[in-house]
Ligand binder design. Sequence first.
Ligand SMILES: [Zn+2]
Length: 480
Amino acid sequence: MELYNTLVHKKSGFKAIRQKEIRMYSCGPTVYNHAHVGNFRAYIVSDTLRRVFEHLSYKVTHVMNITDVGQLVGDGNLGEDKLKQTARIEHKSAKEVAREYERLFIKDIKKLNIEMPSVIARATDHIPQMLNLIEKLDKKGYLYRAETGMYFDTSKFGDYGKLSGSDFKRLNASLMGGARVERPAGTRNITDFAVWRFSPADEKEMVWDSKYGRGFPGWHIECSAISMEYLGDHFDVHTGGVDHIQIHHQNEIAQSEGATGKKFVNFWVHNEFLKVNGSKMSKSLHNTYTIEDLEGMGISPQGYRYFVLTGHYRSIMNMTVDALKSAQRTIESIYSFIERISGSMPEGVPEKEFGAEIKKLGQEFFRRMEDDMNTPEALASMHALISIANKRNASRKLSNGDRDAVVAVLLEMDGVLGLSFKEHTATKPLSAEPRRLIEEREYARKSGDFGSADEIRRELRDRFGIIVEDTKDGPQWRRK
Ligand SMILES: [Zn+2]
């Protein structure tokens, strides 16, 4: 498989560290508000990547964190804790807020057919691991004490800036030149970040004692500690949105490699932004949509997932109502095709070339998926398959074996697409008795014995729960 690696800024051949196993980490949500569909693009992308690995027969250990403490409203070092802010506004405890939005996040993940990570780890359950890592960094001389917390001195980590294709000096100079010169008192460099923040003396919630003083962990230390806890010091893949490259992921690398002296992650995979009507989707601009909002507009979670897959994960996508509606129409037409073909009673004879064409399009689909997850092109292969099978079915030339092959290839494709094709097949093959009855009915109908045909149709419905309908493409059956 070829995969674009942000660390080396190019596409390269993927190689797992261990044989047949891939260890993968995805930055999870900060559970202080509804996740919006832009956030879910990242989770659909990492899920698709995981599914491609699984299709290649790797066992994937996938870890995701839940940030239920410590992420500030300001992008970097300043501002109030987002969770505490919501708790104050909603008159709840920070913990109640975190659990509620975590529950809603998992609900949406399930709706979107995103496979559950092998481990979902809450930050608040891993404070000792974070403090352990902080102590290691302290011993190695990476940390210093400032007014608001313990900070990581980024000038001491030689590779700082590598992920974003820059370096420590250039990053600090460019940030100096920008508007974001405000920084916490006593800090040395603009890129320095807190690993441990001190809490005000009267703070009762979300605080822990440590040798550095009462406080709570910084956001970045959470991902370093949790990923290494479950995946080891050195693992295969780390995913996230491009917005995390410059600060969050760069800081994760500095902390992890600073502490272990080893390379942290082999492949960094980043997805681009999802815009809405041409502008950035953001809570402060009030243009965010939740999965529920889309459902209210008649866009199913699968319709949204399909929409996301129509764009390459490294391209900026623009979400508009028209684009979503068109994706919804397409997914519905795919479903109705699958229902139609899997319930068809083909009469054609098998043809070698057609069988070969089905196989070829299936292989092309997976080749494209394994080429840096080229989902738009892979979907084109899938649509080509649907189109030729549809034509053949309509002209009554499809054979039983070809019908089964088309359905099998589509289901295999769906193993990586995650679009619920299986739920739309007349899944379990018919047992001998109803199959015989359908054939008998067809014989009766063709001989003009419509009375018997109707009687058998009723028997199929009442005894087997099978509905038979005569369509212009021949008789079709489905389960009640
Ligand atoms: Zn993270």
